[in-house]
Design a binder for this molecule. Structure first.
Ligand code: ZN
Length: 305
């Protein structure tokens, strides 16, 4: 295992009922209908979620590994990481653990650059890896499928929410009829920022886009030429993809000086579509259902210079 430098920060997460009532009133400015409450987590292993563990409770934490500076202007191909090693770095329990989130796929396994939807749990030595990736095919199409060779690697960057993977109380959000410009996560970040200011609130979980369509991007293979920041948008491939989409998300309200990626959400599906979430494209029709938990500890691993 490579020993990447890690910084650890304990977080004072607000309690779930405070957050739920804040979102319940706050999201009404962004959606025609929005409601939030503390709820028992549904079994996330079942449809429509298809996650590798049944819940997102127990020893909740977030890790931000690497970052976009590892991708451009030129990819740092020595940045190969392991989800299992990262889970050790996140001081997760020996008996059981679960990570979900968004990152870049293991190019050294896939054969090219890709989007990764980490979704992996373990109980003792038994690993359940339901991680998906999205990549660009020969006809410039999106291919979303399980990771090859049951790989537990990733590259360049990832944002992970870790827990024991057990069911407990979580924040449930339902929202439909988007009336603001912000996507659902950006709206939540805005509400949290307004209330908590410089106190970081860091959250992870899963949401389903149940109806409508969404704009997602998929990274193509690495560019042969160096990519400046303003060229990245032209390099990425954008697609309008259809519900239902399972979206794995990690986000923060405030960066306490760790050069965090403030939001990262990747979606997968069983109809061959998936990638990096930007926003829904059907505001009238869209319907979100989300389950979130708060992180109590933040790990910043291999922070780029
Ligand atoms: Zn992404």
């Amino acid at each position: 295992m490579h020993n990447w430098p890690t910084e650890k920060l304990s977080l004072q997460a607000p309690n779930l009922s405070e957050l739920a009532s804040l979102l319940d009133s706050g999201l009404k400015a962004y959606f025609n209908h929005a409601a939030s409450s503390v709820a028992a987590c549904p079994d996330l292993q079942q449809a429509p979620f298809h996650l590798a563990a049944s819940g997102i409770s127990g020893k909740e934490c977030i890790a931000d590994i690497g970052g976009p500076p590892n991708l451009h202007p030129t990819p740092k191909l020595d940045r190969k990481y392991s989800l299992l090693d990262t889970m050790k770095e996140m001081e997760m329990n020996d008996e059981r653990g679960f990570v979900l989130g968004a990152g870049a796929g293991p190019f050294h396994v896939v054969g090219m650059n890709s989007e990764l939807m980490p979704n992996l749990s373990y109980e003792g030595s038994k690993i359940r890896n339901l991680t998906h990736l999205a990549k660009i095919g020969n006809k410039d199409e999106c291919i979303c499928e399980p990771v090859p060779s049951n790989s537990t690697d990733f590259a360049l960057m990832a944002n992970l929410f870790g827990s024991d993977g057990i069911r407990g109380d979580v924040i449930k959000v339902v929202a439909r009829g988007r009336i603001g410009k912000l996507n659902v996560i950006a709206a939540i970040q805005e509400i949290l920022k307004t209330k908590y200011g410089q106190r970081p609130v860091s959250i992870g979980g899963v949401f389903i886009i149940k109806k409508g369509k969404a704009l997602l991007h998929v990274m193509p293979d690495f560019s042969l030429d160096p990519l400046e920041v303003n060229q990245v948008k032209d390099w990425l491939r954008f697609f309008e993809m259809s519900a239902p989409l399972v979206c794995l998300t990690v986000f923060h309200s405030h960066d306490p000086g760790l050069n965090l990626r403030m939001e990262h959400t990747h979606c997968f599906s069983d109809h061959g579509e998936g990638g990096h979430y930007h926003n829904d494209t059907t505001p009238d029709e869209v319907e979100y259902e989300a389950y979130f938990n708060t992180a109590k500890v933040l790990y910043r691993i291999d922070q780029p210079e």
